[in-house]
Each structure stands twice: as structure tokens, then as C-alpha cells.
Ligand binder design. Structure first.
Ligand code: MRU
Length: 329
């Protein structure tokens, strides 16, 4: 199928005429395609916190537009920076984008220009990740992915899903398995939506099915995204990534992480990183209905930590960093 004929999914739109940030409301997908308009930086902060927009690069781009809105409305830039900084703690792209915007402001460059640049660069970077990464995919592969590291999590294309897109549009006959990714169901709702929309063969599994499929030989590769990568290549990503990496190692299945260089954190170490804990209700309730007994509490960590020894390689916009060899490659 011709890639150009597909209507590209773009979750973040800047409306120059009205100075407005328009986001696909990811809380409503896949049943409704609705847009959420942000007119102030507070609207953007809400959108990030409530996961109208989510995924490390998309959070960063949106926060940059939030800073631009603050400047356009003559708000206090330091205050806007702090409010946006305190929306979600784990994905480093948020802080990276906010710092770029603050520097632009301090150098008398309009923040909106910097935000547009971050947005444009991300699209190019995601394409490069796809082009470089598709080389690891063989014709006939079945690829398991987790959460949504797709167009919806970036400006377009995605990271893990960009690799999958480029393999598919390059003519490789591939299939994708997405796990549901409880509790917010980014796999079932968002990745399945994107892949199905473009006619890329996809099946959903519950999160606890992955090991069984690997044992049956039905998974050739795992590719996931990342929210932060430390200099020793420790990867922070959606809760459940660590379990998948262990399962992949046990079954000798290559396990790849696809991420832009803006996701790397060369400064901090493990103990400095906050793992976001979200409202317990996300686990205890489904569609407003309580599924657990009254009075029972839940853990709701949004991310986990995968050590480099479980990772085959990291696909960036520059290269594939090989960390460990598996007998498959
Ligand atoms: O909580 P989310 O949906 O923001 O988590 C998203 C992920 O964990 C993604 O895998 C990651 O941000 C990479 S997106 C290209």
C-alpha cells in the first residue's frame, strides 16, 4: 500500500489564526475522534495531567506550546514553566522541551518558534527511527509491542510503531500483537486504533498472555518505546515493559527499545528518577464501575525500569545501539 495515500495521524495541531493548541482527545479513542482545544498554559497542563495527550515526545511538544501560550498571553513564564513541569514526572521529554523554550525566551526568541521547531523536528526524527529500525524486521515477523509508542505518542509516525510502519510500507509481510496495557489500555485503545486505521494486521492480547505466546513461538520480536533512558541504557517505560523484557530474555526473543535522543538522560541516575504513581481509581474502576471490593486499595505505578542486560538494542534517529546479542540475530 502507498504510504502517501494514508491519512497521517497527527495528534497535535497548532492553530496560528486563533493561537490555539488542538489535541486529539486520546481519552475518547477509539470510539470517538474528538479534539481538545487549549487556549492557556493551564489548559495544556490539564491535558497532560489528565492524559488527553500522552507519550513522552507528545507531552514534550504540547508543553512547548503551553509555554508559547503563556508568552502570547503575557503570563508569568517562570510560573508557567513550573506548572507544566509538575504535570507528569517520569518522561524526560517534558523537561527537555520546557528547558528549550525557557532558553529561547531568555534569548529573546519567540517561544512559539521554538515550539514549532520542536514539533517539526520530532516528525523528522520519528521518520528516521522508522527507516533505521525497520532493518531489524524480517519478512514474516510477528512483533509484540506494549502501550502506545505510535503516532499518537509523538508528532506523527511514532517510535516503536514507526519501525513497524516502515517495515510494513516497505513491503514486509508483518503482524503486530499489542497487549492491552492496563489500566489505561493504551495498547488496546490507541496502538490497535492506529494500526487498524492503516490496515497493518494487528491482534490484541491481555497483558498476561505474552509469555504463553512466546512459549508457543508466536512472537519474533518485541519493540517498545521509552520515557527516559539513562546513560547506562537503563530504560524507563510503561509499567509492564520490565516483565516483557524478562519474558523475551527467557525465550531468547530480541527485545528492542525505539526512542529519540531527547529521551536520553545523561545527568541523572536511577535514584533521582520519580516513577509516577497515578490515582488508584484507574485500577479499581473500569468505565466508572468498581471491579474490586470496597475498601481494597491498589498500586498504580505508571512506569517501570528495565535494565540494559535485558535489552537487545536501542533504535534512535542516528543508529541502532546494540547492547546484547541474542542467538536469533
Ligand atoms: O502513560 P503514557 O501513555 O504517557 O506512557 C507512554 C509510554 O510509556 C510510551 O511507551 C513512551 O512514552 C514512549 S512514546 C513514543
Amino acid at each position: 500500500m502507498d504510504r502517501e495515500k494514508i491519512k497521517e495521524i497527527r495528534p497535535i495541531i497548532w492553530d496560528d489564526d486563533n493561537n490555539q493548541l488542538i489535541l486529539i482527545d486520546q481519552r475518547k479513542l477509539p470510539n470517538k475522534l474528538e479534539y481538545f482545544s487549549c487556549n492557556t498554559y493551564e489548559d495544556v497542563a490539564f491535558a497532560i495531567r489528565d492524559m488527553v495527550v500522552r507519550g513522552a515526545p507528545a507531552i514534550g511538544i504540547s508543553a512547548a506550546y503551553g509555554m508559547a501560550l503563556a508568552e502570547i498571553k503575557n503570563d508569568n513564564i517562570e510560573k508557567a514553566y513550573n506548572v507544566l513541569k509538575n504535570t507528569r514526572p517520569t518522561a524526560i521529554n517534558l523537561f527537555w522541551a520546557l528547558n528549550r523554550c525557557k532558553n529561547a525566551h531568555n534569548n529573546n526568541k519567540p517561544i512559539i518558534d521554538e515550539a514549532k521547531l520542536i514539533h517539526k523536528e520530532d516528525r523528522e526524527i520519528c521518520k528516521k527511527i522508522g527507516k533505521i529500525g525497520e532493518k531489524i524486521i524480517n519478512d514474516g515477523d510477528t512483533i509484540l509491542t506494549h502501550c502506545n509508542a505510535g503516532a499518537l505518542a509523538t508528532s506523527s509516525y511514532g517510535t516503536a510503531l514507526s519501525v513497524i510502519r516502515f517495515a510494513h510500507y516497505g513491503g514486509k509481510n508483518i503482524r503486530v500483537i499489542v497487549d492491552e496495557t492496563r489500566p489505561r489500555l493504551q495498547g488496546a485503545k490507541l496502538s490497535a486504533f492506529e494500526l487498524n486505521y492503516e490496515g497493518i494486521p494487528v491482534r490484541i492480547i491481555t497483558d498476561n498472555t505474552a509469555g504463553f505466546l512466546m512459549k508457543k513461538g508466536l512472537v519474533d520480536k518485541v519493540i517498545v518505546g521509552a520515557d527516559r533512558i539513562l546513560k547506562d541504557y537503563t530504560v524507563f517505560n510503561k509499567i509492564g515493559t520490565y516483565s516483557l523484557a524478562i519474558l523475551a530474555k527467557y525465550h531468547n526473543i530480541p527485545f528492542y527499545v525505539a526512542a529519540p535522543l531527547s529521551t536520553f538522560d545523561f545527568k541523572n541516575s536511577l535514584k533521582d528518577i520519580e516513577i509516577e504513581e497515578r490515582d488508584e481509581k484507574e485500577v479499581l474502576f473500569i468505565d466508572g464501575i468498581r471491579i474490586a471490593p470496597e475498601g481494597v486499595r491498589a498500586y498504580n505505578y505508571a512506569f517501570d525500569i528495565t535494565p540494559p542486560e535485558l535489552i537487545t538494542g536501542i533504535i534512535t534517529e542516528k543508529e541502532i545501539i546494540t547492547l546484547n546479542k541474542t542467538s536469533y540475530i
